[in-house]
Design a protein around this ligand. Structure first.
Ligand SMILES: [Zn+2]
Length: 265
């Protein structure tokens, strides 16, 4: 009975959220492998509502919540897996806490990693996608977003954007032609005014480590936007703990096996 009541709340919530803007999703590339950031503590499963972000597929959403694609299709009366739309609200029955899924593709083009802040108090891949589309761009300019607990995403959640899923050039750093050779990671927040959260920093360390190892990117090519020659910006903000990030990356390099223990494929 309790479960039915819970689901009724979700259906009610979904009705309120029914005005979400929706847009057709693009086809995706197949990754060489996908790394999943596992929750480190025990957890309780519950029914939730998920808003489909740009580039997400049913298969990826299923992995994010550890729920079968068929269960999600049945709960939402979906006939075809590809009928998903960006901004659509989906019921996810008995979902585990949201986990990051990081697809890694075979490529030799990624030689740098550029870290940004959003310079906003809140946001996620969907909100940045919509604001960048208003500028006339095809999609959100970054390859990854690390959220800060706003706009329905948990603190430290990693979102892969359509530019990453389609392995397209970024639109995040024109200086030194970085858009064609660097992976753009944006942390939500304004680090000229506030500090990076502990969970965001943890996720950034793990994501940069995964990308560095997969694409063989040396530490000196992991840069803040403002450190790129020719870039005139304070991004990722004067309070961004750059020295701490580099220290952490050196430590996880040394303890590589232990770090990868948090991920599964
Ligand atoms: Zn920037």
């Amino acid at each position: 009975m309790k479960k039915i009541a819970q689901f009724a709340v979700i259906v009610g919530l979904a009705t309120v959220m029914g005005s979400c803007t929706t847009a057709r999703l693009q086809s995706t590339y197949y990754p060489a492998k996908e790394m999943i950031l596992e929750p480190s503590t025990s957890f309780v499963r519950r029914d939730i509502v998920h808003t489909v972000a740009p580039g997400e597929t049913l298969w990826r959403i299923g992995k994010m919540y550890d729920v079968g694609v068929r269960d999600i299709m049945r709960a939402n009366r979906l006939r075809k897996p590809k009928s998903l739309r960006m901004g659509q609200c989906l019921y996810i029955p008995q979902a585990a806490p949201l986990r990051a899924v990081v697809p890694l593709y075979p490529s030799s083009k990624w030689r740098y990693i550029i870290v940004h802040h959003s310079a906003t108090g809140e946001g996620n891949a969907l909100t940045f996608h919509n604001s960048h589309r208003l500028k006339g761009w095809e999609s959100v300019g970054y390859h990854f977003i690390i959220t800060n607990g706003t706009k329905g995403k948990s603190d430290g959640h990693i979102e892969a954007t359509p530019r990453w899923i389609k392995q397209q050039n970024g639109a995040h750093c024109k200086a030194a032609d970085m858009n064609g050779k660097s992976i753009g990671i944006c942390l939500v927040g304004d680090f000229s005014r506030e500090r990076v959260s502990k969970k965001q920093m943890e996720s950034l360390v793990h994501l940069v480590h995964l990308l560095r190892k997969h694409y063989n990117i040396p530490l000196y090519r992991v840069m803040g936007h403002g450190d790129v020659p020719g870039a005139i910006t304070e991004c990722p903000g004067k309070y961004f703990p750059w020295g701490k990030l580099q220290e952490r990356l050196i430590v996880v390099d040394r303890a590589r096996k232990r770090t990868f223990g948090r991920f599964s494929e």
